[in-house]
Design a protein around this ligand. Structure first.
Ligand code: GUN
Length: 303
């Protein structure tokens, strides 16, 4: 039976560490509290859940969060104007543009408008470039969260055959780069990959970020593999009165007996994404308010 990589527990440890670090730094350097602004456009219900979770987590550690919520029909110019205002606002250390934005907007241009020093999602081209070059910078939260889960689970990617399924700029691409920098041998599979099952069965470390419920079943997992599930999907209730359940891109029940380690959904990668957002916000805050040291390790802000 696989060991569970418990993101909820680890995220709680990160929160405790950040809470202490914020309190200490505020006391010693006399800084105002860190501030995070979430820019949301429209009413995508899944985004609503994510944004609420982020705000609650900020509250628990002492980050002041605010939401700038635009209607779905907002213009590119209106959203850009909000971002410019937040860039200039000294009480705002981190800015996150919640994705997806309506298809009428140009998400790339919005992400480009965020001050790279406040880009706590790590999606500005400057921070993505720093990632590729292995230079310090703000890192994308989900891939950083996966690296932290692996590290704290005692899993060293060095020398492992790793397969990342999905090539999004948000997850798959930075994930592949971070694993490569941790000396794994990385393959990135995507919707046009031939013989996906063969690639999967070779992988000693499998990170699934395809956005397809149940894509990876037992037939696609090498016995003893480490399986990380980035997917999260709502399964409609089968009967009236039942609550909707959540599932990932991996068939958990079928894969768990085979894998050496597995992330549950919910409670695996999701809480770590939020924890890394908090880490990035505190990192940006410390750099702006009196030169805090950068994070000790690539993805680790437990200190
Ligand atoms: N939508 C789903 N996950 C994320 C995330 O990590 N960051 C942003 N900005 N949008 C998301």
């Amino acid at each position: 039976m696989a060991k569970h990589l418990n993101g909820r527990l680890l995220a709680a440890r990160y929160e405790a560490s950040l809470r202490a670090s914020i309190a200490q730094h505020r006391a010693s350097a006399g800084c105002p509290p860190p501030g995070l602004a979430v820019v949301r456009v429209g009413d995508d219900p899944a985004s609503g859940v994510y944004v609420r979770k982020k705000a609650q987590a900020c509250g628990r550690v002492g980050i002041e969060s605010r939401m700038v919520h635009h209607v779905a029909v907002a213009s590119q110019q209106e959203v850009l104007e909000s971002i410019h205002q937040l860039n200039a606002d000294p009480s705002c250390d981190g800015i996150l543009v919640q994705l997806p934005v309506p298809s009428t907007l140009d998400a790339r241009q919005l992400l480009l408008a965020v001050d790279p020093a406040k880009d706590v999602d790590g999606l500005h081209p400057l921070n993505l470039g720093r990632l590729v070059r292995g230079e310090p910078g703000l890192r994308s939260c989900t891939p950083a969260g996966v690296m932290a889960l692996l590290a704290h689970g005692g899993i060293a990617p060095e020398g492992m055959r790793a397969l990342v399924i999905g090539r999004s700029v948000l997850v798959g691409q930075p994930m592949g780069i971070l694993l490569q920098q941790a000396n794994a041998t990385v393959t990135v599979a995507h919707s046009r990959t031939r013989d996906l099952s063969d690639h999967c069965r070779q992988a000693e470390l499998l990170v699934v970020a395809a956005g397809q419920p149940g894509l990876v079943g037992a037939d696609r997992v090498r016995p003893g593999a480490v399986v990380v599930d980035v997917g999260i999907h709502r399964v409609p209730p089968r009967q009236q009165g039942e609550r909707a359940a959540l599932c990932g891109d991996v068939c958990f029940a079928a894969v768990e007996p085979l894998a050496s380690h597995i992330t549950p959904v919910p409670g695996g990668v999701g809480p770590m994404t939020v924890a890394m957002l908090l880490c990035n916000t505190v990192q940006a805050w410390r750099q702006r308010c009196g030169g805090g040291a950068p994070r000790p390790a690539e993805t680790d802000c437990l200190h």
